[in-house]
Design a protein around this ligand. Structure first.
Ligand SMILES: [Zn+2]
Ligand SMILES: [Zn+2]
Length: 246
C-alpha cells in the first residue's frame, strides 16, 4: 500500500475513525481528508513529527472529511511554526473551503498550492481532483489522483459514481492502486458504493489493486476477502496483525 491510513471508517464508525490517509516522503507529508476524529489520531500517532511541510487535500465538505482541518492548521502554525498548504482544486471548491475555514476563525495561517505541490516532493509529481457523484446535498464531491512518475494512486473520496469506478478499474496499470469507498449498506439512493456493486464494476484481474475504505460495518470484511479486494488497513491494524502473526 502506497498510502498509510489514519482511519478507514464511515461517518458513524467511531471504532475505525473517519476515513483519512497520508503519503510521507522524506519530511514532506500529504494528508488526504481530515475528518472530526483525525486530528486526535494524527497527534497520538506522532505522524507530524517527521514533517516540516504539511499538505492537505480535501475531497468534500462533509464533517467526517473536513471536521478537524481547522485544528490541524492551528496546530501546524502555533506548535510547529509552519503554514499548512491546502491543495487547490476547482475554484468553487476552494471558495467553499475558504469560507468554512474563515468562519471557523482560520485566517492567514495557511495557503493554497497548485496541483504540483510546489514541486516539494521528488516522487509525487501532482495531486489532482476529479468530480464524482456522492450526494446532491453538497455542491460537488471529488476523487483524488496522485501522479507518480510510473504509478497512479486513485482515492475515490465518498462516491457512488459507477462510471468513475469502472473507468479507474479498467485503466489500472500494473503498479497502480485504487482506494475506493465501499459499504455493506444497500438501499435505493445509496450515496456510497455497496460491495456487491463494486464487484460488478471491477474485473476479477484488477481486484488485487483495489483497497476498500470508508467501512460502515465489519461484516463487510468477509465479502472484501471473498471478492478478492483488500481492506485499506490503518497503521494500527497492520501493527496488530503483525503482533498476532497474521
Ligand atoms: Zn464520509
Ligand atoms: Zn461524504
Amino acid at each position: 500500500m502506497k498510502l498509510s491510513f489514519i482511519g478507514n471508517g464511515s461517518a458513524f464508525n467511531i471504532a475505525r475513525g473517519n476515513n483519512s490517509a497520508y503519503y510521507l516522503e522524506g519530511n514532506k507529508i500529504l494528508i488526504l481528508d481530515c475528518g472530526e476524529s483525525i486530528f486526535e489520531r494524527i497527534i497520538k500517532s506522532n505522524i507530524l513529527d517527521k514533517a516540516n511541510e504539511v499538505f492537505v487535500a480535501i475531497t468534500h465538505l462533509h464533517s467526517d472529511h473536513v471536521g478537524s482541518l481547522p485544528s490541524l492548521i492551528f496546530y501546524n502554525y502555533y506548535k510547529k511554526g509552519i503554514k499548512t498548504h491546502i491543495v487547490s482544486g476547482p475554484p468553487q471548491k476552494d471558495e467553499e473551503l475558504s469560507h468554512l475555514l474563515t468562519i471557523s476563525g482560520v485566517k492567514g495561517i495557511f495557503n493554497y498550492c497548485d496541483s504540483d505541490l510546489n514541486n516539494s516532493f521528488v516522487n509525487l509529481k501532482s495531486c489532482t481532483f476529479t468530480p464524482v457523484s456522492h450526494t446532491s446535498a453538497l455542491t460537488q464531491s471529488y476523487a483524488i489522483t496522485l501522479n507518480f512518475s510510473s504509478q497512479k494512486i486513485y482515492y475515490s473520496g465518498d462516491t457512488n459514481d459507477e462510471d468513475y469506478i469502472k473507468k479507474v478499474a479498467q485503466n489500472l496499470k500494473q503498479n497502480d492502486e485504487f482506494y475506493c469507498d465501499t459499504c455493506l449498506a444497500d438501499y435505493p439512493g445509496n450515496v456510497h458504493t455497496n460491495i456487491d456493486r463494486l464487484a460488478t464494476l471491477v474485473p476479477l484481474e484488477k481486484r488485487q489493486q483495489v483497497y476498500c475504505m470508508h467501512i460502515d460495518d465489519d461484516k463487510i470484511l468477509d465479502k472484501i476477502d471473498k471478492y478478492g479486494f483488500h481492506l485499506a488497513k490503518t497503521q494500527t491494524e497492520k501493527q496488530k496483525n503483525q503482533e498476532f502473526g497474521s
